[in-house]
Design a protein around this ligand. Sequence first.
Ligand code: AMP
Ligand code: GLY
Length: 423
Amino acid sequence: MKILIVGSGGREHAIAWKVAQSSRVDKIYCAPGNAGIEEYAECVNIGAMEFDKLVAFAKEKEIDLTVIGMDDPLVGGIVDAFEAEGLRVFGPRKNAAILEGSKAFSKDLMKKYGIPTAGYENFDNAQAALAYLETAKLPIVLKADGLALGKGVLICNTLEEAKEGVREIMLDKKFGTSGNRMVIEEFMTGREVSVLSFVDGKTIKTMTSAQDHKRAGDGDTGLNTGGMGTFSPSPFYTKEVDDFCKKYIYQATVDAMAKEDREFKGIIFFGLMLTEDGPKVLEYNARFGDPETQVVLPRMKSDIVDVFEACVDGTLDQVELEFEDNAAVCVVLASEGYPVKYEKGFPIHGLDHFKNRDGYYVFHAGTKKTDAGIVTNGGRVLGVTAKGEDLKKARENAYEAIHWVDFENKYYRHDIGKAIDEA
Ligand code: AMP
Ligand code: GLY
């Protein structure tokens, strides 16, 4: 088979690595890809939003299956564009990707179908939102409706902060058109867990759990980022939690989408908070998580191409999804100053240390191949993943392996997986 992967981050590197394990795959392409993905795939210089060019490329190369990694093209309708030309593609159509593309839509869906989530109101004008705040309980959470690179969520402790937040989102359009509508929701406390799942429209099969670290600094301080590190499984995701989510959240979401004539095929990523009143949905994503994928896929035993195809064909009920009984930790190596301002173009040394080392992986996020070798090319540069027999061992291994690679302005969190000690 020939596979095309659309995307260019650490997530797509992990997907490309996993697809390359499949005995059914002869050739992998990635658009646009990155310097690490080149080890498994031929990278082609087409952007993820250039649907016409991607469709033409898939036709020309007779691609058997295209896998979409990123949220923007999914929400923009890339799957519809491929299907319109009779091409096989893994991911939700535009009318289903709205599960991630509009927070107002997903909140209304959860309310309508009784799926546990924080109490909320949707607003499409700033005046009404500001008036609502006068009587709301603090702290309070403001969310721009649309995609905002994970940055459109503001947690406000005072009424003044909240009012300023509404103005930023709806009037100043800090997150662009994402802020034409917004959700104001109740603040929840508890542990966060990410659960990724494969969905074929009817059947849902969850992958092993993970936890992300979204803040830039140690001790969960500093700005929100795309994710600074992950561990899998989450020790807080117990059998009891899993049973609850299976009963009230996972299948309920898939069924709700089907009832709304928005059949969902692809990945649903459940961002959950384990509150005192039980698990609740923080958010849905319509794609693999980054850097959750970098700890989940290395632990997956099943052939991922079989699972992708079963999702497209609606035969997921016939697939056995298996994970290793171990653990993995991923530490993101970023450029000093991320997520605000950082320099690029520094040579990366030591990548070869990861060759042929079982259980250790270096997934590229922001890297570029130059005549002088591979250089840094983004805020998040690499994700170093290590497996271990348990979480503590995996964490020890990951923090050993981050020293195998080096580049100027290398920055990372020292406390990825600290929560493990509290389990
Ligand atoms: P989201 O993009 O919706 O996942 O929000 C980003 C982050 O904001 C989450 O990972 C949480 O840490 C936090 N967050 C979002 N919604 C809430 C909420 N209702 N209560 C507390 N924290 C929240
Ligand atoms: N790691 C969070 C996300 O992919 O949205």
